[in-house]
Design a binder for this molecule. Structure first.
Ligand SMILES: *Cc1c(COP(=O)(O)O)cnc(C)c1O
Length: 457
């Protein structure tokens, strides 16, 4: 045991800027690393010399600093990437959020009377208009919306929720419909079989204990072959006849016909469900709607009013930032016209952009990278993008990617280096290269992408 343990203070002083970490966090990292060296020293392992120690500490600080949520360039070709925050907000929407959030604002104030007012009346009005609903409201996410609806409806004497066995699905990220149902206190009444459920199956199951009929959209998988279930209109007719509400979890939350976008089929909308006679519909706010994390609820006025009076609504309510982001996104969609894709909503723009335009951008990015003149090899290739976020699993969107290879370096390692650049670039590894798909790169990031590729080494 020749070498002495470096002191925490000396190490801290030797790493300028601490990788951007707050002082106490940087000190914590140093103490942890020094403790490990001390323990190793007791086993006879000498601590590293000072220069190496500084380097180890700096790398550890950077590892922690990278856990800080920050901007990444999404080159995965997956538009709604749950690990990357799903839908990006429009710059104008985000600016409005920043402006309102850094000031006092009329979150719950009736400007006319100066008294306490409802939260989100503008937003609720906009959502109702977008979907043709009598009323609408929002909570934290779609899972919360479903729990709220079921809890509310099963809160009285009736506890049973009738659902087809073909819809007892897992949406992803631990969201399993049967578990959500149990959380809400509902009693599951399964009907039909995995592949087929008839109207008669539903009819036989509905009785004095039925609180609601639930339909869950199979967002993230498709069933083919010998399958069948009653149409929404038929089911709504039956529910009405039996005097029980029909509730639907639509998940993806399309507000326009997605079949207008190349490669995508039609995704059901809340407006269609309501028109077919569904009483309450919930969707995510950060999937195809293109807003912040939230759960949107649309439906009959009396039912929505009841939900808003439920104590659970207070527990699940959105924060002010989400209200502002949602209200501005909804306003953008309304200004484009009901049923028309709002180009200002980034998700709509990404879905709508043509392959030729993507090719032009890809060539420009290659030009920027070559001007820097690094070791990277770039090729513009055709690619396939996807909706992601558990929506439209069959949709394959024609796209354009940069095929990135780095001489003497494997594709996985090249992908890692791209992730660890000053601005993280996420691609997907395929065919011995990293593909950076332009459809999911925000146009404002093209310059940074070119620079990161040019500096890759
Ligand atoms: C995505 C999805 C959910 C979950 O939405 P969150 O907003 O993430 O809670 C629920 N149901 C369906 C059908 C979905 O597609």
């Amino acid at each position: 045991m020749e070498r002495r343990l470096p002191s925490v203070d000396r190490l801290l002083r030797a790493v300028p800027g601490w990788a951007g970490l707050p002082g106490p966090m940087a000190a914590m990292v140093v103490r942890r690393v020094v403790r490990e060296w001390r323990e190793a020293a007791m086993g006879g392992v000498a601590p590293p010399d000072f220069e190496v120690a500084v380097e180890v500490v700096r790398v550890e600080m950077e590892l922690l600093a990278r856990r800080r949520i920050g901007v990444v360039i999404n080159g995965t070709g997956v538009l709604l990437h749950t690990n990357l925050g799903r839908a990006p907000l429009a710059a104008g929407v985000a600016a409005r959020v920043a402006e309102v959030a850094s000031s006092y604002h009329n979150l719950e104030l009736d400007m006319e009377t100066g008294e306490r007012g409802g939260r989100g009346e503008f937003l609720e009005t906009a959502l109702a208009l977008l979907s043709g609903a009598e009323a609408a409201t929002v909570v934290n996410n779609c899972a919360a919306a479903l729990v709220l609806m079921l809890r509310h409806l099963t809160g009285g004497g009736r506890r049973e929720v009738v659902i087809s066995r073909g819809q007892l699905v897992e949406i992803g990220g631990g969201f399993r419909v049967p578990e959500i149902l149990e959380t809400s206190g509902a009693i599951l009444r399964e009907v039909g079989t995995t592949n087929r459920t008839t109207l008669e199956d539903y009819r036989r199951a509905i009785g004095a204990g039925t609180a609601a009929v639930l339909r869950v959209h199979r967002s993230n998988f498709v069933m083919e072959g010998f399958t069948g279930e009653p149409g929404l209109g038929e089911l709504a007719g039956l529910a009405r006849e039996c005097g029980v509400p029909l509730v639907e979890d639509l998940g993806s939350g399309a507000v326009v016909d997605t079949a207008q976008f190349a490669g995508l089929g039609h995704e059901p909308t809340a407006a269609e469900s309501l028109a077919a006679g569904v009483d309450l519909v919930c969707t995510s706010g950060d999937k195809l709607f293109g807003g912040p994390q939230s759960g949107l609820i649309f439906g009959k006025r009396e039912l929505v009013r009841g939900l808003k009076r439920d104590p659970m609504y207070r527990v699940l309510r959105c924060d002010r930032l989400a209200y502002v982001a949602l209200q501005e996104t909804a306003a953008m969609s309304l200004e484009a016209g009901v049923g028309r894709a709002a180009g200002g909503v980034p998700l709509m723009a990404m879905l709508g952009v043509g392959v030729e335009e993507l090719e032009g951008r890809a060539e420009a990015v290659v030009g920027m990278a070559r001007a820097i003149g690094g070791k990277v090899e770039l090729e513009v290739v055709r690619s396939e993008a996807r909706c992601g976020g558990g929506t439209m699993p069959k949709g394959v969107i024609p796209s354009v990617a940069l095929r990135v290879t780095l001489r003497g370096v494997g594709a996985d390692e090249a992908a890692r280096r791209l992730r660890l650049g000053r601005v993280a670039v996420l691609g997907r590894v395929a065919g011995g290269a990293v593909l950076v798909d332009l459809r999911t790169v925000l146009p404002g990031h093209d310059g940074a992408l070119g620079e990161m590729l040019g500096r890759l080494g």
